[in-house]
Ligand binder design. Structure first.
Ligand code: SAM
Ligand code: DTB
Ligand code: SF4
Length: 332
């Protein structure tokens, strides 16, 4: 019998065994996590957090917009889209020396990761010449490097890897079912394709989304399920709270219950135990109490610096003061 070709059932069992080797998170299971009593959810998240990380340490990552505004995409939340009148004007790419100076300043104030963002649908091959120089120079300062430049082809990801890029950020943003309500100029599959190219090139993946855009709880669970089921799941997961910017279609979006944001962080921690879960955009609006709950729920990375890309972030002094009150150290 052993010489028989593999049967359908044997093949199916093998696939099931392989799937069991990593946790698969169907949307319904993620919804169940969201529905737990708040204290039970936070307790589960904390236990998992402590199994994999020092719970009193947070990664400090600084963002810089290396090419601001005038983006051809129509992402409904984004102040940099050329489709909306938000007061952000299109600028040229920043000179390499300015980028390096900003990275050095970030390093001096304690950041260990530097993320360079560009308002592009996708970089042109010639744009990457300058980005490669930036990556090399930032890396030479001894910082971890990250870039977020839009859709990427595999050869482009390889170029960035060879320049010394550690992470590439490309977000799924929301659940597949809600995505079309927010963006029409590229689809979900385009994003999954870019993530695949990034992985194939051997870069680490930074991928997350935005909460508070009018999605349902099931759709929030849908986003987390998509992220957690990536194989492997991302090393870095930025969870952004919508920053509602005047002029964008989401300017008047009704505010989400902030505890639902905390729940999203906890669910990300439980479903992606070893990821850096980054409490990303929206910290200024969330305030210190909610941020503290996010740290308790397993967030262990923040964007650190007075600005995100074009909108505001808490002042560095205020972050330092809050972290010190909580006894949380910056990762060295
Ligand atoms: N243009 C590139 C792209 O879209 O991939 C890179 C930069 S883009 C600004 C990076 C991410 O920032 C978006 O995917 C989105 O998740 C987040 N983002 C942009 N505007 C935001 C806002 N108003 N509130 C929260 N997150 C936002
Ligand atoms: C991510 O997930 N959030 C960051 C970073 N990746 C590039 C960007 C947040 C942008 C917030 C609005 C702004 O300042 O443009
Ligand atoms: Fe462009 Fe990125 Fe903003 Fe979308 S999120 S409009 S792709 S800068």
């Amino acid at each position: 019998m052993s010489s028989q070709p593999i049967t359908f059932h044997a093949a199916r069992n093998k696939i099931a065994t392989l799937a069991a080797a990593r946790d698969i998170w169907p949307v319904a299971e993620v919804v169940k996590l969201f529905e737990l009593p708040f204290n039970d959810l936070l307790w589960r998240a904390q236990k998992i957090h402590r199994e994999h990380f020092d719970a009193n340490e947070v990664e400090l990552a600084t963002l810089l917009s290396i090419k601001t505004g005038g983006c051809p995409e129509d992402c409904g939340y984004c102040p940099q889209s050329a489709h909306y009148d938000t007061g952000v004007t299109a600028e040229k790419m920043m000179p390499v020396e300015e980028v390096v100076a900003a990275a050095q300043a970030a390093k001096d104030s304690g950041a260990t990761r530097f993320c360079m963002g560009a308002a592009w649908r996708a970089p042109k091959d010639r744009d990457l010449d300058a980005v490669e120089d930036m990556v090399k120079a930032v890396k030479a300062l001894g910082m971890e490097t990250c870039a977020t430049l839009g859709m990427l082809k595999e050869e482009q990801a390889e170029r960035l890897r060879d320049a010394g890029l550690d992470y590439y950020n490309h977000n799924l943003d929301t659940a597949p079912e809600f995505y079309g309500d927010i963006i029409s100029t590229r689809d979900y599959q385009d994003r999954l394709d870019t993530l695949e190219h990034v992985r194939e090139a051997g870069l680490k993946v930074c991928c997350g989304g935005i909460v508070g855009m009018g999605e349902t709880r099931e759709q929030r669970a849908g986003l987390i399920s998509q992220l957690a089921n990536l194989n492997p799941y991302p090393e870095s997961v930025p969870i952004n709270h919508l920053v509602a910017v005047e002029g964008t279609p989401l300017a008047e979006q009704e505010a989400l219950d902030p505890l639902e944001f905390v729940r999203t962080i906890a669910v990300a921690r439980i479903t992606m135990p070893k990821a850096r879960v980054r409490l990303s955009a929206g910290r200024r609006q969330l305030g210190e109490g909610i941020q503290t709950l996010c740290y308790l729920a397993g967030a262990n990375s923040i964007f650190y610096g007075d600005k995100l890309l074009v909108t505001g972030n808490p002042d560095v002094e205020d972050d330092r003061a809050l972290l010190s009150r909580l006894g949380i150290r910056g990762k060295s």
